[in-house]
Write a protein that binds this ligand. Structure first.
Ligand code: SF4
Length: 292
C-alpha cells in the first residue's frame, strides 16, 4: 500500500509567478512577436504552454525583428547581454526575479569596493552566468563543490566575498564557506540563497524524515528541484524527480509505505495535481492529505 502525503510547500515561488504572468501578458498583447532569452523558468510544462501561445525561446538578442518584444528570463542575464539587448530596436521586458537582481547588485557593489567575487553555484546555469557577468572578466570565480573550494588557492593580495546562486543547497554553501574561511580569514560571506529555496529545502527534509520516498515535481533542468532530491536523500528517503509528462518511476511500482509529494519552485500547482493523479493510479495508492 502507498500512502501519499502532499507538502503544503509547493507550486510556483513568487519570482516564477511574476515571470510567468509577465510572459503571458506579453504573449496576449505584444503586436510584433514575443521572444524569451533562454527558458523563462526551468520547467517543461511552462515552456510548452508559452510556445503554444506563439512565444519563441532564443539564445541571443541578435537578429530579432525590429519592434518585437524580448523578455529576460527569471534567471537574469549578464551586463553585456542586457546592454546588447537594450541597444537594439526591441521592447525589452525584464522578468529577472528581484532576488536574483539583488545578487547582481551585491556582486557589482562588492566588486566596486575592491573585493574578488567567489560564487557558489552550478557551472553553466543561466543564473550563475548572469551573476558572474555582472563584474568584469577575471574578477569572479565559480566554485561548484567543496572539492573545488578546497583546491582554490587564494591570492593574499586580494580581498574576497562569497555569494551563492539563489537556489544552491544551503548545507553545500555552508561547507564551502567553512573551507574558504579557514584559508581566507577576512572572507566576507553573503548568504544569498533565496527564502523560497531554503523554505523548500527545510520542508523536504521534514517530509523525508517521515516518508520512505519523496517525489519532487520539477524538470531535470531545474536546479532547485534537483537540490530538493539531494536534500531528501540526505535525510534518508529515496527521491524521484517527476513531471506531469514523465512516466511514474519504475521503482515506485514496487514501493510500499509513505510517499511524500513536493514541488520545485518552477512547477505549478496544476502540475503537482496532475502528478498526484498519476501517482494515485499506482496499485494500492491512496491520498492521505496535506503534510505541514
Ligand atoms: S527560486 Fe528564489 S530566486 Fe529563483 S525565482 Fe524563485 S524566489 Fe526568485
Amino acid at each position: 500500500m502507498i500512502r501519499i502525503v502532499l507538502s503544503s510547500v509547493r507550486g510556483f515561488c513568487s519570482g516564477v509567478r511574476r515571470a510567468v504572468a509577465m510572459a503571458l501578458e506579453e504573449s496576449e498583447h505584444a503586436a510584433n512577436g514575443v521572444f524569451i532569452l533562454h527558458d523563462l523558468v526551468h520547467n517543461d510544462a511552462v515552456v510548452r504552454n508559452l510556445k503554444s501561445r506563439g512565444v519563441t525561446i532564443v539564445n541571443s538578442p541578435a537578429g530579432l525583428p525590429a519592434g518585437s518584444t524580448l523578455i529576460f528570463s527569471a534567471h537574469g542575464v549578464s551586463d553585456a547581454l542586457e546592454r546588447e539587448a537594450r541597444s537594439l530596436p526591441l521592447t525589452v521586458k525584464d522578468a529577472t526575479c528581484p532576488l536574483v537582481k539583488r545578487v547582481h547588485g551585491l556582486a557589482a557593489d562588492r566588486h566596486r569596493e575592491g573585493r574578488f567575487i567567489l560564487l557558489a553555484g552550478k557551472r553553466g546555469h543561466c543564473e550563475t552566468e548572469g551573476i558572474l557577468g555582472r563584474v568584469p572578466p577575471g574578477c569572479a570565480r565559480l566554485l561548484e563543490t567543496a572539492e573545488e573550494a578546497s583546491a582554490f588557492v587564494p591570492d593574499p593580495k586580494l580581498r574576497y566575498v562569497l555569494l551563492s546562486q539563489t537556489t544552491f543547497l544551503a548545507s553545500g554553501f555552508e561547507r564551502i564557506a567553512e573551507i574558504l574561511k579557514a584559508r581566507i580569514p577576512d572572507l566576507q560571506v553573503e548568504r544569498t540563497i533565496c527564502p523560497a529555496t531554503s523554505d523548500r529545502q527545510e520542508a523536504v527534509r521534514r517530509l523525508a524524515s517521515s516518508c520512505g520516498a519523496v517525489a519532487v515535481v520539477g524538470s531535470p533542468e531545474s536546479s532547485n528541484s534537483r537540490r530538493l532530491c539531494e536534500s531528501a536523500r540526505a535525510a534518508g528517503a529515496a527521491a524521484y524527480l517527476m513531471s506531469e509528462s514523465s512516466p511514474v518511476p519504475e521503482e515506485l511500482r514496487s514501493f510500499s509505505g509513505t510517499l511524500g509529494l513536493i514541488s520545485g519552485a518552477s512547477a505549478s500547482e496544476e502540475e503537482v495535481r496532475n502528478v498526484l493523479e498519476h501517482l494515485l493510479e499506482l496499485p494500492g495508492a491512496e491520498f492521505a492529505g496535506e503534510f505541514r
